[in-house]
Design a protein around this ligand. Sequence first.
Ligand SMILES: [Zn+2]
Length: 112
Amino acid sequence: MSKSVDISGRKFGRLQVLKRAGEKNTHALWEVRCECGKVLIVPYSNLVSGNTTQCKRCYGDTLKVISEEIVKKMLSARADGMTYREIALEFGYPVSTTFNTIKREINSKSKT
Ligand SMILES: [Zn+2]
């Protein structure tokens, strides 16, 4: 078993880490539970990098609905000098995949 950091009990976005779930190609895998209740296995690196912050179903919902309220919060966070990446993490968005969605939302709201 490769050396790895114990992240059990920690939270990444909507995912609560439950327990170690072995490894794959020397990458540590962790069993996590999404806020919606779905349990999934995620590689350690995806969790700590912010690439995986929720299950696929929630991710789909996130893309469909970025509420007015969240966009408002994002706008003020942006005004506070937070980067889009920080904003994405703050609101539980996977940084790599919804970055442009968030940016687009913010830009469209800030123009009006
Ligand atoms: Zn979920």
